[in-house]
Design a protein around this ligand. Structure first.
Ligand code: FE2
Length: 377
């Protein structure tokens, strides 16, 4: 499992960042029934109603609900009729992530810089305006049918963006402590990891900060290879997974089968109190991968002293890992759809900047139990 390498490529601090990103602006999901999905995310995860767009606001072909918790904003979008790209996306992929929207200072420049480096345009720079100001957005394609939108909203004071109105609800469930997107992981096809690593390096100016090519994991467990891509200031991190040959069918392959192609595998969401957050989520019915008690028998020998009591971590199934800079606590949900595709990770970082490599064995075994129960191993 010691196949981790730290890359030093493209780390020249003097090189100007041609695509400065201020973080994740929002994540948009294309779903079969946005009204019900919004209710689910509010109920299960503690999101609050923020904004709505649909026929009543002049958007005839689709509806979108915007929900928010701290700096975490989700947009849930459903088509109203057949014969449009959203309907086609859902037919092909089921519910899933369409847009990873990134906050920028200048959406026109972000588009020009990425297109000039080989990016494929999804949305030419477009200005939207209402009485609250202007939002400029542009976008490029990434893996599968997934896209990145660049959102410039420095001159906008409204709730979300022009075209949306406030969504007031009588139902405002207690939040669960979810803070912001820590990282978003993409699953790509066989031999496609390096081409997408090159895309993020060349088109978006990211660098490869971590690599996992677990030769010994791949012989025993449902294997994958992964490279973590980070933008210049580290606010945006996109690990890219590709399936690897193992004794059993790769978890990434199962995803590719059921998603019908490449797409977002998981969204990792930060919290400052993972025991509180995960307790609240479990009480609301969110299901997580279960970890055997044997994991906890020697985990502290591996990771050393931690601030938290072990008992609640064990009860909830929270995993622990340590790197040179500190430790992290993390847990993975079961898929959020009936298809074994998108899931969430909840993560609390206590200094560690890595991704839980020490938990791969326990995690992959937990995933395999789920795959096996679905008959996909
Ligand atoms: Fe993750």
């Amino acid at each position: 499992m010691e196949a981790i390498t730290v890359q030093t490529k493209n780390t020249n601090p003097a090189a100007a960042d041609f695509l400065p990103l201020q973080g994740t602006d929002y994540v948009e999901f294309y779903v079969g029934n946005a009204k019900q999905a919004a209710h689910f995310y509010k109920t299960a995860f503690g999101f609050q109603s923020l904004a709505y767009a649909g026929p009543e606001t002049g958007m005839k072909e689709k509806v979108s609900y915007v929900i928010r918790q701290n700096k975490l904003t989700f947009v849930l979008t459903t088509p109203l009729r057949i014969n449009n790209p959203i309907a086609d996306h859902i037919y092909k992929h089921g519910d899933g992530v369409k847009v990873l929207a990134l906050r920028v200072e200048d959406a026109q420049k972000a588009w020009e810089e990425t297109i000039s480096r080989g990016g494929r345009s999804y949305l030419e720079p477009t200005t939207k305006q209402d009485e609250n100001g202007t939002v400029v957005m542009s976008g490029i394609h990434t893996y599968g049918d997934t896209v990145h939108l660049f959102i410039e909203r420095n001159n906008y004071q409204g709730l979300f963006m022009p075209g949306f109105r406030e969504w007031k609800s009588n139902y405002n469930p207690t939040e669960t402590g979810l803070l912001y997107v820590d990282h978003c992981v993409g699953n790509v096809g066989w031999n496609q990891m390096n081409p997408w690593v090159n895309f993020y390096e060349e088109v978006m100016g990211f660098r490869n900060i971590l690599t996992f090519d677990d030769k010994d994991i791949s012989t025993e467990y449902s294997a994958l290879m992964s490279k973590v891509m980070s933008n210049g200031n580290g606010y945006v991190k996109f690990p890219i997974n590709e399936p690897a040959e193992g004794k059993k069918k790769s978890q990434v392959e199962e995803y590719l089968d059921f998603y019908n192609g490449e797409g977002v595998q998981h969204v990792a969401i930060a919290t400052n109190d993972i025991v509180h957050t995960v307790s609240a989520l479990q009480n609301r019915g969110v299901e997580f991968l279960t970890i055997p008690d044997s994991y906890y028998a020697d985990v502290l020998d591996r990771v050393g002293k931690i601030d938290e009591d072990l008992a609640p971590l064990q009860k909830l199934g929270i995993l622990i890992d340590r790197d040179e800079e500190g430790y992290l606590l993390q847990i993975f949900s079961k898929p959020l759809e009936d298809r074994p595709t998108l899931f969430f990770e909840i993560i609390q970082r206590k200094g560690a900047k890595s991704f839980g490599k020490g938990n791969f064995k326990a995690l992959f075994e937990a995933l395999e139990r789920e795959q096996d129960a679905r008959g996909n191993l």
